[in-house]
Write a protein that binds this ligand. Structure first.
Ligand code: TYD
Length: 209
């Protein structure tokens, strides 16, 4: 339980193909078995407005300039936190969320050309300073992630289609964020077996329940 609300807020971060969705599902299942009510959500697209924004940021065919992209993610975040995340936490639920502001800092800040500090400030403004209780970073080598995604044989979205050096910058940015806030972050090697990763995440979350 956090001092700010009776719920628990866990975000999952990591490069595309790092296994966040699998881990979110395993964690949700385990928490459900502990008798907790779980809300599994994501950014972008965790609200009705967010689904519309997600469509622009991930599937628009032409250019979206970096500042517009950053503002779209921030708009999605503002609406999602206010209408989905905060109410669930106030009800005492566990919110498990694929991606949050660290994604913006890593992708829009370091991956693109914008200032990571400005991007973080923009997100904090959008979300009225809401920060998760725990952030799990599934750290993955971008080349390994690319092999995983190729094996899935599905079309890439706009960000996935970026080159490996973009994803290498994203990875380095994530690791820097985790170093800066060790009390919030749990870093797990995404190359480990899914069950082992799930066990490490449970060990971090269990004392907070
Ligand atoms: P999604 O299909 O949810 O990807 P994944 O399964 O990898 O999480 O797509 C989200 C994409 O949006 C992903 O490439 C990262 C990107 N993104 C940002 O660039 N900034 C953000 O703030 C967020 C939340 C996501």
């Amino acid at each position: 339980m956090s001092p700010e609300h009776p719920g628990l807020w866990v975000t999952l971060e990591g490069g595309d193909g790092s296994g966040k969705t699998t881990q979110a599902a395993l964690l949700s299942e385990w928490l459900g078995a502990q008798g907790r009510t779980v809300l599994h959500t994501r950014e972008p697209g965790g609200s009705e407005v967010g689904v519309l924004i997600r469509n622009i940021v991930l599937h628009h065919r032409g250019e979206v300039v970096p500042r517009a992209e950053a503002l779209l993610y921030a708009a999605d975040r503002a609406h999602h936190v206010a209408t989905v995340v905060r109410p669930a936490l106030a009800r005492g639920e566990v919110v498990i969320q694929d991606r949050y502001l660290d994604s913006s800092v890593a992708y829009q800040g370091s991956g693109r050309v914008l200032d990571p500090v400005e991007i973080r400030d923009l997100s904090l403004w959008a979300a009225e300073d809401a920060l998760p209780d725990v952030t799990v970073l599934l750290d993955i080598d971008p080349a390994a992630a690319r092999r995983r995604m190729d094996a899935e044989d599905r079309p890439f979205d706009r960000l996935e289609a970026e080159k490996v050096d973009f994803h290498t910058r994203v990875r380095e940015a994530y690791l820097g964020l985790a170093d800066a806030e060790p009390e919030r972050f749990l870093v797990v090697d995404a190359a480990l077996a899914p069950d082992e990763i799930a066990e490490r995440i449970r060990s971090r979350v269990a004392p907070l329940l």
